[in-house]
Design a protein around this ligand. Structure first.
Ligand code: NAD
Length: 268
C-alpha cells in the first residue's frame, strides 16, 4: 500500500494494488459522493458500472470522466429490479466479473414529522432502503456464485444520532446500518464482506440544495463539527476504497463513521 499525501484537499491518495482490474457497480454515481467514489475506483484501475436516475447528469459525468473502456452507464432507479439486473449483467458481459457494489444512491427528506407526506415517506423508503435491498440481493447472487465480493453501503450520522425533521431519512439510514450487519453475518462464509460508511455533512449537490432551500446552515454545521469543516466527497470515497480493498480483509459488518468527529462530540 503506497501513500502519497496531496496538498490540494483534505483527502490523500492511497493505492490499493488488489483493486486493479476489479469490477464495481456504484449507484447514484452521476454526482456528489457517488461520482467521487466512481473516480476513486477508476483511479485504482477498476471498471465501473454507473447507475443513476438522472440521465443528463450521468451523461455529463461520463463525458467528464472520459474513460469509455472502463465505464458503463445505466439510467434508472435503484428500486427497479430490472434496471439492477441490467447493471449486473452489463458488468458480467463487459468485464466477466462483479467484485464490488457501492449502495450510494440516496435522497434527503428534511420535513417536519407533522408535515411529512406519505408520498415523501414512501419515496425515501423506496430509494434509500428498498433500493439498497434490491441492488444488494441482485449483486450478491453473482458474488455468492463466484465465492467473493464486497458491498459498501452509505449510511449516515443520522443512522445513529437523531435530529429533528429527519424521521424518514434517519429511519432508512439506521435500517441500512442494520442491513449491513445482517448481510455481513449471512454471507461471511460465502466470501462476501459487507460494511457501511456513515458520513457527516459532505459538500455535494444534495447538501447545497438543502442549504439553498434554507433547510440547513452549512456554516453552523461546520462550526459544530470538531474538525471545524464539513467533509469532501473524496474523503468518503477514500474510506470506500479502504473497505473495498484487501487492507480491510477481516473487517465486515462495521459502520465506519467519517464525520470529522461529529458523532463523538457531546458538547454544545
Ligand atoms: N452529502 C452528505 O452530507 C451526506 C451525509 C451522509 C450521508 N450521505 C449519503 O451519501 C449518499 C450520496 O449523497 P450525496 O450528497 O452525494 O447525494 P446527491 O444528492 O448529491 O447525489 C445523489 C445521486 O443519487 C441519484 N439518485 C437519486 N435517486 C436515485 C434512484 N432512485 N436511483 C438511482 N440514482 C438515484 C441522484 O440523481 C444523484 O445523482 C446518499 O446515500 C446520502 O444519504 C450524504
Amino acid at each position: 500500500m503506497k501513500q502519497t499525501p496531496t496538498d490540494q484537499s483534505h483527502s490523500s491518495l492511497v493505492t490499493y494494488a488488489d483493486l486493479a482490474g476489479q469490477v464495481a457497480i456504484v449507484t447514484g454515481s452521476a454526482t456528489g459522493i457517488g461520482l467521487a467514489i466512481t473516480s476513486a475506483l477508476l483511479g485504482q484501475g477498476c471498471h465501473v458500472v454507473m447507475i443513476d436516475l438522472d440521465e443528463t447528469a450521468l451523461d455529463r459525468s461520463l463525458a467528464k470522466i472520459n474513460r469509455p473502456n472502463d465505464t458503463c452507464a445505466i439510467t434508472g432507479s435503484v428500486a427497479d429490479p430490472d434496471i439492477i439486473q441490467k447493471a449486473c449483467d452489463a458488468a458480467i458481459t463487459r468485464w466477466g466479473r462483479l467484485d464490488i457494489l457501492v449502495n450510494n444512491a440516496g435522497i434527503f427528506a428534511n420535513f417536519s414529522s407533522l408535515e411529512l407526506t406519505l408520498q415523501d415517506w414512501q419515496r425515501t423508503m423506496d430509494v434509500n432502503l428498498t433500493g439498497t435491498f434490491v441492488c444488494t440481493q441482485t449483486a450478491a447472487k453473482h458474488m455468492v456464485s463466484s465465492g467473493k465480493g464486497t458491498i459498501i453501503n452509505l449510511s449516515s450520522i443520522y443512522g445513529t444520532v437523531a435530529a429533528p425533521k429527519r424521521a424518514a431519512y434517519a429511519a432508512t439510514k439506521a435500517a441500512v446500518a442494520m442491513l449491513t450487519k445482517v448481510w455481513a453475518v449471512e454471507w461471511a462464509k460465502e466470501g462476501i464482506r459487507v460494511n457501511a460508511v456513515a458520513p457527516g455533512y459532505v459538500g455535494t449537490e444534495g447538501t447545497l440544495e438543502l442549504q439553498n432551500q434554507g433547510k440547513i446552515d452549512i456554516a453552523a454545521i461546520a462550526q459544530r463539527t470538531p474538525q471545524g469543516r464539513i467533509g469532501e466527497p473524496e474523503e468518503i470515497a477514500n474510506s470506500v476504497l479502504f473497505l473495498a480493498s484487501s487492507a480491510a480483509s477481516h473487517i465486515t459488518g462495521q459502520v465506519l463513521g467519517v464525520d470529522g468527529g461529529w458523532t463523538a462530540y457531546g458538547y454544545l
